[in-house]
Write a protein that binds this ligand. Structure first.
Ligand SMILES: NC(=O)C1=CN([C@@H]2O[C@H](COP(=O)(O)OP(=O)(O)OC[C@H]3O[C@@H](n4cnc5c(N)ncnc54)[C@H](O)[C@@H]3O)[C@@H](O)[C@H]2O)C=CC1
Ligand SMILES: O=C(CO)COP(=O)(O)O
Length: 331
């Protein structure tokens, strides 16, 4: 299959390297100068240093040419650029399936990406989302991983998962698009919380509590939005939650650790040099939770630490001083 990947950050580049095992890949980005450097060096030293691009990956700065002959388009830009990228794509009159691998709500609109796709892509174009526990660096190394691909149409979900699957990347399929997208969005907020807790030295018990109660928040919101319980218990839910809350390769977890060290958010993001989707998605998650009357105390405290100057220590004390409750309750 010929797959065109839009977005040459860490994840777009890692997927290009990984999928080049069985497909012909064309990599495109809005940043022509960066693409020219990748084409010259056959490496993406800016976002994914240390990996050579396989021969099956071509670089194409002209979008229409990048899309020519493609059987599948994979959009891997941050949520902030998702709508604009789909608009460019739609202007090229594509007639092939479009799938995406970004995680989070669209900034400001509190929309999940399938809703943005619904607004921007012509009707009749098959679509879906790839998610799950997958640090770009490990995927580029060819280490084993398992992901999930969600699409409304079961046959499309199955065939796409089969096409993306290879012996280092097991891809499962589901029709729960909302659950998969919501899991990927909320886990990034929880990774910031876990980073704060670990950065404060609160220990393994506290982190396990955050992951578990984070899963409860994800599930409460996700079920209300129409996601399915089993999705939150799967790769795109608890799987990715565990990875990002515990793995030091996580950019969101790094943001949390730096906040715990008392550093200012703007400085942290400036130095990170990568996207940390949990930062803006936190506000969108809380917007949704408010609209639906759902309690999300951990997300609330992460927001207050990032944007209202609450100290990480006070944030944790506030969480612990809440009235004891039943562990399970309906939304
Ligand atoms: N890095 C990882 O391990 C994984 C990342 N993801 C998700 O993939 C998405 C992309 O992340 P990364 O590639 O890691 O980010 P990155 O920070 O490594 O690279 C971002 C890329 O997007 C481009 N970009 C930045 N703003 C843009 C905009 N407004 N419009 C179009 N392009 C823009 C940059 O030029 C760069 O090429 C995010 O939603 C992230 O949550 C998902 C799974 C794994
Ligand atoms: O989504 C990811 C792994 O599944 C990457 O997480 P970060 O964006 O926190 O690095």
């Amino acid at each position: 299959m010929k797959i065109t990947i839009l977005g040459a950050g860490a994840w777009g580049s890692a997927l290009a390297i990984s999928l080049a095992r069985g497909h012909e890949i064309t990599l495109w980005s809005r940043d022509a100068a960066h693409l020219a450097e990748i084409a010259r060096t056959r490496r993406n030293e800016r976002y994914l240093p240390g990996f050579e691009l396989p021969a099956a990956v071509s670089i194409e700065p002209e979008l229409a040419r990048a899309l020519s002959g493609a059987h599948l388009v994979l959009v891997v830009v941050p949520t902030a650029g998702f709508r604009a990228t789909l608009r460019q794509l739609a202007a090229c009159d594509i007639g092939v399936p479009v799938i995406w691998a970004a995680k989070g709500f669209e900034p400001d609109t509190a929309k999940l990406l399938h809703q943005v796709a619904q607004e921007e892509l012509p009707g009749g174009i098959e679509r879906g989302v790839l998610s799950g526990p997958s640090f770009a660096h490990e995927v580029a190394q060819g280490l084993p991983c398992a992901l999930t691909f969600a699409a409304r149409e079961p046959a499309f979900a199955h065939h796409t998962a089969v096409a993306l699957n290879h012996n280092r990347m097991r891809v499962y399929s589901t029709t729960d698009v909302i659950g998969v997208e919501l899991g990927g969005a909320v886990k990034n907020v929880m990774a910031i919380a876990a980073g704060i807790s670990d950065g404060m030295g609160f220990g393994h018990n506290a982190r396990a509590a955050l992951i578990t109660r984070g899963l409860a928040e994800m599930t409460r919101l996700g079920l209300c939005l129409g996601g399915r319980l089993e999705t939150f218990m799967g790769l795109a839910g608890v799987g990715d939650l565990i990875l990002t809350c515990t793995g030091d390769l996580s950019r969101n977890r790094t943001v949390g650790k730096q906040l715990a060290a008392g550093r200012d958010l703007a400085t942290i993001l400036g130095e990170l040099g990568h996207t940390a989707e949990g930062v803006h998605t936190c506000a969108e998650v809380l917007k949704k939770a408010r609209q639906l009357g759902i309690e999300m105390p951990i997300s609330q405290q992460v927001y207050r630490v990032m944007f209202e100057g609450l100290s990480p220590r006070q944030a944790v004390e506030d969480l612990l001083s809440r009235e004891p409750k039943a562990e399970y309750r309906s939304a």
